[in-house]
Write a protein that binds this ligand. Structure first.
Ligand SMILES: Cc1cc2nc3c(=O)[nH]c(=O)nc-3n(C[C@H](O)[C@H](O)[C@H](O)COP(=O)(O)O)c2cc1C
Length: 163
């Protein structure tokens, strides 16, 4: 049986915003952190970044990822954090969800986007998580560039997570 409240954060970050959130999580919560590492990513700069990354989402192309080093059955609570890519979640998270059938977890979703608008994507993500209890969602806008507004929102959200 999973210990009550034990928390694992599963996240992907391409440009550091979600990584920034993960650093706040490790400061605020007794959580284990697992960063998704895909075998394929778009170029870091130029038009190819959004174009190729977005194309993978639209075409449903999933990268391979390094397998999760944690035993998911040890955790009753999972924080899932991802950037918004082409109105959806990053492909690396798609691979994780496909390879790890989450069931019966308390789930917190944190999504980061440049527009701050992630409602549609959150619905899609919740849809991929049926059989779990999505107890909280937070949408932030590029926290590395909007630290003053977003850091307090992230901290307040994390304080709502039961340990
Ligand atoms: C391939 C790609 C597609 C993106 N698509 C969107 C989008 O559809 N809507 C949006 O608001 N931001 C979009 N963004 C911006 C990121 O979601 C945003 O900058 C996020 O905070 C990045 O998180 P990260 O730094 O952890 O990778 C996109 C970024 C990339 C690289």
């Amino acid at each position: 049986m999973a210990e009550t409240g034990r928390i694992l954060m599963v996240y992907y970050s391409f440009e550091g915003n979600v990584e920034y959130i993960s650093r706040i999580v490790s400061k605020e919560l007794p959580a284990d952190l697992f960063r998704l590492e895909p075998d394929r990513e778009p170029p870091k700069k130029g038009i190819g970044k959004i174009l190729l990354g977005g194309m993978d989402v639209v075409l449903g192309r999933l990268p391979r990822i390094v397998p999760c080093k944690y035993n998911l059955s040890d955790y009753s609570q999972i924080i899932i954090a991802t950037p918004v890519w082409a109105g959806s979640y990053a492909p690396a998270l798609g691979t994780f969800l496909k390879e790890n059938h989450l069931q019966g977890k308390r789930i917190y979703l944190i999504v980061s986007s440049s527009s701050g608008n992630a409602d549609k994507m959150l619905l899609k993500l919740e849809d991929s998580l049926t059989g779990n209890n999505v107890v909280g969602t937070l949408s932030v806008k590029d926290p590395l560039r909007n630290e003053e507004e977003e850091r307090p929102r992230i901290e307040a959200f994390l304080r709502g997570i039961q340990i």
